[in-house]
Design a protein around this ligand. Sequence first.
Ligand SMILES: *Cc1c(COP(=O)(O)O)cnc(C)c1O
Length: 431
Amino acid sequence: MNDEFPHGRFPREQALQLDAADPLRALRDQFLIPKRGAHEQIYLCGNSLGLQPRAARTVVQEALDKWANEAVEGHFTPPVQWLDYHALVRDALARVVGAQPHEVVAMNTLSVNLHLLMVSFYRPTQARSAILVEAGSFPTDRYAVESQIRFHGFDPATDLIEVQPDDETGIVSMATIASAIERHGPRLALVLWPGVQYRTGQAFDLQEIARLARAAGANVGFDLAHSVGNIPLQLHASGADFAVWCHYKYLNAGPGAVGGAFVHERHARDATLPRFAGWWGHEQATRFRMGAEFVPSIGADGWQLSNPPVLALAPLRASLEVIDNVGGIATLRAKAEKLGAYLEQLIDARLNDTLQILTPRNAAQRGCQLSLRVLGGRERGRALFEHLESIGIVGDWREPDVIRIAPTPAYNRFADCFDFVEAVAAWRAAQ
Ligand SMILES: *Cc1c(COP(=O)(O)O)cnc(C)c1O
C-alpha cells in the first residue's frame, strides 16, 4: 500500500483527518443525504441509485413553472427552449464519456437504447451471426441479446457465446477475453461488453476489447451502466461502434432518469445503416416540414425517436454541472481511488475473517465499488446485511452472499468507510 495509510492501528481520527484534507469535502453539501431516524445514513449505494443533488429540485421546478406559465410556447422561448432540451447536456456528457459532442445523446433508457443500437450494429449474416458476451451479464443485456438473435431468425443456443470467468470470484482476465474473441472471431457479428461488471465491480480495458473485436471483424458495443460517472472513459478513442448507459447510478440524475448513447463518429453520416427511426432523429433543419422521407440527423442524434422528456432530463443538467464545477471526472476519480484504497486496507486489516474482497485489487481494474463476499454462507451474509440496514448503513445485496459497497467521491467520506468497517466488526464481535 502507500504511505498515506500506514499499517498498524486505524483510529477513526485518521478518517477524520483524511476528510479534513480532502479537496472535495464541501461537495457533499450539494447533495441531500437521506436519514435513518435522526442521523444521516451512511449511504454506500451510489452504484444503484445516486443521491439527489440539491440543484435538481431547482431545474425541475423551473421546467414545471415554464410549463405552467408558457405551455406550448415553452418549446421555443428562451432561456431554455424545450425543443433542444436534450442538447443542453450534450457537451458535458461528451466530456464525461470522452467523446465528441455529436457522438452522444441523452435519450430513452439503457435497455431501449441497447435495442435501438443493436438494430444498427448487430447485423447477423449466415457466416457471422454470433454475439459474444460475458457469462455473468446483467439480465437486461442477456434478454436483449437473446431476443435480438431470435428476432433475426437465429438461435441463442449457438449464437450467444458466453465467456466464463477465470475462477469463482467472477473475474475475467484480458487473456480469457482475447482468447474467446480469437477462437470465435470469424463467427462474431458483435461483442457486447460491460465497462464495469455490476456484480464484481471489475473494470475492463475497453480500448483493448474494442481493438480485438474490430480486428476480428466484429462490431463492438459497451454497456456502461456502472462506468459512467465512475471511471474516466475515452469512448471515441476506444473505437467502439456504440455504447449505452443510464444516469441514475454514478451520475445522480434520479430514479429512471433518461439514459445515454454513443455512436462512433465513423457512423455519424451513414444514412444507409438500418435503424428504427422516429421524428426526433430527423435532421432538425427540415424536421418540421413533416415530410414523408426520413433524413437522419448527423451523429447520435439520428437515433432519437421522440421529443425530449424535459422533466426526466432536468436533473441530469444539475448533476452534470456538479461534476463540471469540481473539474470533471478526473478529479472525482482521484478521490475515489483513495476512498477505495482506504476501505480495502481497513477490510484487510480488520475483517479478513468475515469479508472477502471479490473486486480486483488493482485500482486500474475497478471503480468505486467493492464487492464483498460474506464468509460463512448466505444466511450469515443476510444477517449482516440486514443488521447494517437496520442501523442506517446502506449498501446492496447480490445473491447468494455478496454485499456491494460503493464509496462515491461526490458525497462519501473516509469516515463513512471507517464506520462501515467498525459496524461489521461490532456485529461480528456480538455473534
Ligand atoms: C443498471 C443497469 C441497467 C439498467 O437498465 P435500465 O434500462 O436503465 O433499467 C442495465 N444494464 C446494466 C449492466 C446495469 O447495471
